[in-house]
Ligand binder design. Structure first.
Ligand code: M6R
Length: 364
């Protein structure tokens, strides 16, 4: 059942502290407080490049992972939409690791792309939520997300648990490649370990997000902007809104604004700025000024200090708990989900089963 929630999507959003915690604990050795992927038959020896293959929301998780694998493990990463990759016939050397990310483990394009990679001699690892799935069976190794069954067609808890697994993988590779010492690893693990509590805090903003969602529910078009790991979150926020509310939305890298999308800005277009208070914040804030100067309705998602600072200029804001950098993409997924959910319910859509969508896309 829905456990007191009006929809499965809402229930699954609220399961995240538990399932993110469970997934995290499955990757951490409690004695050493370090990442332990040994039991998953996984070995980083001889690794030269990583290619990530996925579709939809799982692809967005892969895009976040690219930032982590590059910055934490020093690995060159390609992140590819499976339906494009499979027909390009790209070369893959023996030092290539292919990571297939899929909630269902049955997505036709992701499976075909992974099979192609295997046929070229690449090692494959699957990050899947359904342990008995085809992708899990055919991959050389499996890193399970422990999200439990996801019923809502819009992926929520599967996404955040994918991020957890991928963050742990980046840390494990960082250590194996000598990019992280023991102390640095433990600091990242400790930071990740706080994520479930931070998600609980973010979920306390549910009713407030419901109010902010009114701005989106009444819009014809919505833009989502972010930089760094907030860029894939912008794509994910826009996808979620499209799926469950049928409001047209696009995600952009904030730096791309002036290369086109700024032409859309007027007082009718809400712009969701995903701007965690990191070293990129001021750059994103200057994009926000540009939006506001053109009458755009900025919705700022940042920490309390920044949302207070911009309180007078923005149309609305969502104040997030302070968080270490590595948990930010996981944490900032929550307002993306809540905004989409509430925009959908305000518009009276079938949020758990949006029109034209299937939970598992087994045809290309
Ligand atoms: O099961 P998968 O993760 O392979 O599915 C990939 C996409 O079909 C999926 O993420 C889709 O985009 C969702 N409806 C997003 O909410």
């Amino acid at each position: 059942g829905k456990g007191g929630h009006a929809h499965y999507m809402h229930k699954e959003i609220f399961e995240q502290p538990a399932v993110v915690g469970a997934t995290l604990h499955s990757m951490i050795n409690p004695a050493t407080r370090r990442i332990d992927l040994g039991r998953y038959g996984f070995d980083a020896a001889g690794l030269e490049t990583v290619t990530i293959l996925a579709c939809g929301t799982s692809f967005h998780a892969g895009m976040v992972a690219k930032y982590w694998l590059e910055s934490i493990a020093g690995l060159p990463v390609h992140c590819e939409i499976a339906s494009e990759f499979r027909y390009r016939r790209p070369p893959l050397g023996r030092g290539a690791l292919v990571i297939a990310i899929s909630q269902s483990g049955e997505t036709a394009d992701t499976l075909a792309a992974m099979r192609y990679a295997k046929s070229r001699g690449a090692r494959t690892v699957a990050v899947v939520n359904v342990a008995e799935s085809t992708i899990a069976r055919e991959a050389d190794a499996v890193l399970p997300t422990l999200a439990g069954a996801e019923i809502g067609v819009a992926s929520t808890k599967a996404f955040t648990t994918q991020l957890v697994v991928l963050a742990c993988l980046a840390i494990a590779f960082g250590r194996a490649r000598g990019e992280l010492d023991c102390k640095a690893e433990r600091a990242l693990v400790a930071a990740l370990a706080d994520t479930p509590d931070l998600i609980t805090e973010a979920l306390a903003g549910d009713a407030h997000a419901g109010g902010v969602a009114a701005l989106l529910a009444g819009a014809r078009d919505v833009l989502y902007l972010g930089r760094g790991t907030a860029y894939p979150l912008a794509l994910e926020g826009a996808l979620k809104l499209k799926e469950v509310s049928y409001v047209h939305a696009e995600g952009y890298a904030a730096g791309e604004m002036k290369h086109g999308p700024i032409a859309l800005v007027d007082k009718e277009v809400p712009i969701v700025m995903i701007a965690p208070p990191d070293e990129l914040f001021e750059k994103t804030a200057s994009n926000m000024y540009e939006v506001m100067a053109r009458g755009g309705q900025a919705i700022l998602i940042s920490d309390r200090e920044q949302t207070d600072r911009f309180a007078n200029g923005v149309a609305a804001s969502i104040a997030m708990p302070e968080a270490p950098a590595i948990s930010t993409p996981i944490l900032y997924s929550v307002p993306m989900q809540l905004l989409a959910y509430h925009a959908g319910t305000r518009r009276g859509t079938e949020v758990d089963q949006p029109r034209n969508l299937a939970k598992s896309v087994t045809v290309e």
